[in-house]
Design a protein around this ligand. Structure first.
Ligand code: 3HC
Ligand code: NAI
Length: 692
């Protein structure tokens, strides 16, 4: 049973018990209905309290059931709420913590609601690409008023119960034990008739048409490719324009449509993908972790400063170690300036500003950081420098300290072997700007201990990152894949595209930036440096020379005022460059390549399928644990459009057979060798399967 039934005096208590968050799956719904029947059939019972065990009243409908017949199996959530709302005895919801989605819809079907202060109240369905489908859009406006309800439904943002205390949503918001309060409340109202029902409340908003039109316009402008936000407005509109039962029917129709959309499937995939990423099959959830109460960062440069801020933001003291006083002061000043900017924007209180700045201190002496629980190295990307630093860390750091490297390309196993404690060494690959970007690639060395991994996974949650574990390989998950994407982007230039055309094609799909605008932002010299190394180490890999020619012209990107595009001083807007286009056309001629018109579809396919094919190797080699981990890397670190669910989910949506067929077509073109399907991709396509 996933709800328990008890009678306390003359009050029945139905306690939802479906860990971890009392999702309203089929068995829980059945148990609620059974509990209601039992209570209604027992003459001794005068009132009913519904509450939740554990860490939630309810997190809502069971999202895991969405794609299964169980989702609509009776009793549906509608039926449950109808049974509750149709009760002849008063029903009181006792909400101690999280009350979201279908959980809130259930509570709104009760006659009364008592909440603990601090309980998180939300209809977050829009974040999953759907809308509240069990009466939420019809009942919430009746208790909160049109505007507040619409804001909550369109944003999905949780609101603490005390902020809603003066509205009709709660009869009481209490500091004391909520179940005790709800039992007392139930006893008080046991004989009160008629029973109040939310559905009977009239919405009083005379000028609703103007407000709804304003909302439609605002929401349309914000929703991007997602259909759900606007549908939320339409459903809420029905609460004022239609009779209650018609509004419910209309909401249901919209809900059923939205659940089927790729956008919703992609958002649900990302929801579970984020949570799955923190789990490793061979590192059980009860693996003991090492306490992290202090952090040291080596290097106060671009990455070191941003990394340090993450920990200060989470209230953990950080020491930054530099080689020279001047570099240290510069780094600390940059951090301070970043916080000052946030303060000026009103996103930080003065008190928090001071706390955070005070949590970050500097030193030049290794002895000062010896007691830190974890040290993260962010010095120059040079194996010799890393060797020096790790040998020193091995010498000074206390036993049990975690030694992490922020290297973006170097071999973490080699770095670990510079120490006598390789089991304590791990890669923590932050993305720039490190205090902003959500992704943290956690690089698991051959000898990294399981408790070190478990600790760093936990730590990444604490600093609000999406931690994804990668094995050791050149570029780890993200950069190893991006290389194939960049190679295709270069070949497309040689064959007939302009940088602008390539960028626009992927930006139309939803990428924040195409490869060339991204190159100009990050600095084209970084890729040039890496390619020069590759020309020596892996001469068999071919690249378009256009990017090298660009760098030879000194066009490194925004930082030099010119890259793939032209820039005007003080203006980040990218202007197509005649010089660059001439260079590209000349290069095609030098290669005797006849330039042709290339469709946006070909551009998108070549860029994305190149990512997907490399990802299939990564998955097969065990560098990534699961396909959704790769999607999380791309969604949180590379601006891959969220509504597509990431490269692997995108490929699944297109169909792997179609992906392979397109690859076969491109294999007949120039650099056809790049299009050999990875064995895993070929196998899944042949079997009609998907990555996820
Ligand atoms: N259904 C199924 N599983 C759920 C769930 C749900 N509604 N909500 C959370 N879970 C699972 C997570 O997948 C995770 O599982 P795992 O341990 O196997 O990985 C576990 O619960 C814990 O989740 P979190 O790590 O997110 O736990 P937190 O304590 O940080 O947060 C929460 C709890 C605030 C409830 C958060 O999980 C959350 O926001 N959940 C989604 C809530 C939501 O979107 N509800 C609407 C559902 S759709 C709906 O109700 C439709 C209806 O209108 C008809
Ligand atoms: P940076 O050049 O901005 O900063 C490096 C800092 O380390 C400098 O302040 C330097 O004085 C200091 N330093 C060098 N040797 C030192 C030593 N022996 N002891 C103490 N301090 C020392 O470099 P950046 O960009 O911050 O990169 C650092 C690391 O992060 C590199 O491994 C890089 O590959 C990686 N990385 C960089 C990203 C980026 O976008 N810049 C993204 C992800 C990883």
């Amino acid at each position: 049973m996933s709800a328990e039934y008890q009678v306390n005096g003359n009050i029945a208590v139905i306690t939802l018990n479906n860990p971890p968050v009392n999702g309203l799956g089929h068995s829980t719904r059945t148990a609620i209905v059974n509990g209601m029947k039992q209570a209604l059939n027992d003459d001794a019972v005068k009132a009913i309290v519904i509450t939740g065990a554990g860490k939630a009243f309810s997190g809502g409908a069971d999202i895991k059931e969405f794609n299964s017949p169980k989702a609509s199996a009776e009793p549906s959530l509608h039926t449950v709420i109808n049974v509750v709302e149709g009760s002849t005895k008063p029903v009181v919801a006792a909400i101690h913590t999280v009350c979201m989605g279908g959980g809130l819809e259930l509570a709104l079907g009760c006659n009364y609601r008592v909440a603990a202060k601090g309980a998180q109240i939300a209809l977050p369905e829009v974040k999953l690409g759907i809308l509240p489908g069990a009466g939420g859009t019809q009942r919430l406006p009746r208790v909160l008023g049109l505007e507040m309800a619409l804001n909550m439904i369109v944003s999905g943002t949780p609101v603490p119960s005390e902020k809603l205390a003066r509205t009709a949503i709660f009869n009481e918001v209490v500091e004391a034990d909520v179940l005790t309060a709800a039992l007392a409340f139930a006893a008080k109202v046991a004989d009160v008739r008629p029973l109040p029902r939310v559905r009977d409340i009239k919405i009083d908003y005379p000028n609703y048409e103007a407000y709804l039109q304003f909302s439609r316009n605002t929401v349309r402008a914000m929703a991007g490719p997602f259909p759900a936000p606007l549908k939320c407005v339409e459903a809420v509109a029905a609460a004022v324009t239609k009779k209650f039962d018609d509004g419910i029917k209309f909401e249901r129709e919209l809900f059923v449509d939205l659940v089927q959309t790729t956008e919703s499937k992609a958002l649900r995939h990302a929801f579970f993908g984020e949570r799955a990423a923190s789990k490793l099959p061979d590192v059980p959830e009860d693996t003991p972790t090492r306490p992290i109460k202090s952090v040291a960062v080596i290097g106060a440069g671009t990455m070191g400063g941003g990394i340090a801020m993450n920990f200060a933001n989470a209230g953990i003291p950080v020491q930054i170690l530099e080689m020279k006083q001047e570099a240290l002061e510069k780094g600390l000043a940059t951090i301070r300036k970043n916080y000052e900017n946030t303060l000026k924007k009103g996103k930080l209180t003065q008190e928090k500003f001071e706390q955070r700045v005070a949590l970050i201190t500097g030193t030049l002496a290794y002895e000062d950081i010896a007691q830190a629980d974890i040290v993260i190295e962010a010095v120059f990307e040079d194996m010799g420098v890393k060797e020096q630093v790790f040998k020193k860390l091995d010498e000074v750091m206390k036993p049990g300290a975690i030694l992490a490297s922020n290297t973006s390309t170097l071999d973490v196993d080699k770095i670990a072997d510079f120490t006598k404690r390789p089991e304590d060494v791990i890669g923590t690959h932050f993305f720039s700007p490190a205090n902003v970007m959500k992704l943290l690639e956690i690089v698991r060395g051959k000898k990294t201990a399981k408790d070190v991994l478990a600790t760093v996974l936990g730590l990444s949650k604490k600093i609000k990152k999406t931690g994804v574990v990668s094995g050791v390989c050149d570029g780890f998950i993200g950069n190893r894949m991006i290389e194939q994407y960049s190679r295709q982007a270069g070949f497309l230039l040689e064959e007939g595209c302009t940088p602008e055309q390539v960028d626009k094609a992927v930006e139309k799909l939803g990428f924040a930036m195409g490869p060339f605008r991204m190159g100009d932002l990050a600095g084209n010299d970084i890729g040039w440096y890496i390619r020069k190394r590759r020309y020596v180490e892996k001469p068999q890999i071919t690249y378009s020379k256009t990017a090298d020619l660009l760098c030879e012209m000194g066009r490194y990107g925004q930082k030099t005022g010119a890259g793939w595009y032209d820039y005007k001083p003080g203006d980040r807007k990218a202007y197509p460059s005649a010089v660059v286009n001439d260079m590209i056309i000349k290069h095609s001629a030098d290669l005797s390549v006849e330039r042709r018109k290339i469709s946006d579809q070909e551009i998108v396919e070549r860029l994305i399928f190149a990512l997907v094919n490399e990802a299939a190797y990564i998955l097969e080699e065990g560098i990534a644990t699961r396909a959704s981990d790769i999607d999380m890397v791309y969604l949180t670190g590379y601006g891959f459009p969220l509504h597509t669910g990431g490269p692997m989910f995108y490929a699944d949506t297109v169909g792997l057979t179609n992906v392979v067929m397109s690859m076969e077509k491109y294999a007949k073109g120039r650099h056809g060798d790049a299009w050999k399907p990875a064995p895993l991709l070929a196998k899944l396509a042949a079997e009609g399967k998907t990555f996820n």
